[in-house]
Design a protein. Sequence first.
Length: 272
Amino acid sequence: MAEEILIKKTAIPRNDWPLLWKTRMSEILTLRFLECKRASLYNDFGVRYSVAKEAGTMNIGEQIKARRIEIGMTQQDMADRLAVSRSAISNWETGKNYPDLQIIVQISEELNISLDALLKGDTNVVEKIANDTNESKKLREKAKQLKGVIAVLAVLLIGVVYLFFGWSAEISKPEQVKEMKIENDQLVIEVDTPNYYGQRDWWIDIDDTGTVAQVTICYGFGKNRKDNNIMRTPVNTDDYSDPLSREHMAKLEKIQIVTTKGKVVKELDVKN
């Protein structure tokens, strides 16, 4: 084993030692030069940073870069903390563009530097923030105006729907009733409504005296069917629960068409 070690130690020929020493010294001097150069650049940046900081002339990009270097944070570290790309950090530091207000607040927290110190001396960013604030105010005002317009339109729409369906959703005028008669043990009522009112719903009640049957007819949108304007219902039935049963018809004097509010539209005398 000792012989092997000895062989390894004496593997380089004696004639090559000067070349090896020269190469090694060159590498050492080169590394030393690079270290001195880096230290010089860092010191130079530190001097310029201190001078600019005291004079209050550093823009926000320089402030970010100086503080980032001061706390030993790389651009990628900062990008990860702010959830942005590394190129965004580089663009801020070189002054190609500026971070928005929300990001500036995050930068202030991550770098542990006050907003006042961060923005001091950078009139461009201050103006940008002021412009953004003004734009935000304008957008908020426009949003309020838009909400107001939508509210007015909603009220108008509700009003139109109420007028249309509230006033036209039932037979309320005498001219809407074309015919009303009892024929072949059936009450026949023919109404006159537009074709687009195809849906019909009607019901019959007996008043407290038992002498008047009141018919209410409502209608709405729907496909019109043949003879849809003619309604028929049997009379003199044997079912006592039927308002037009034989027992009820014996007492009835009138059959009326009325509105939901009780207004009499038309009536038929059925007194024997």
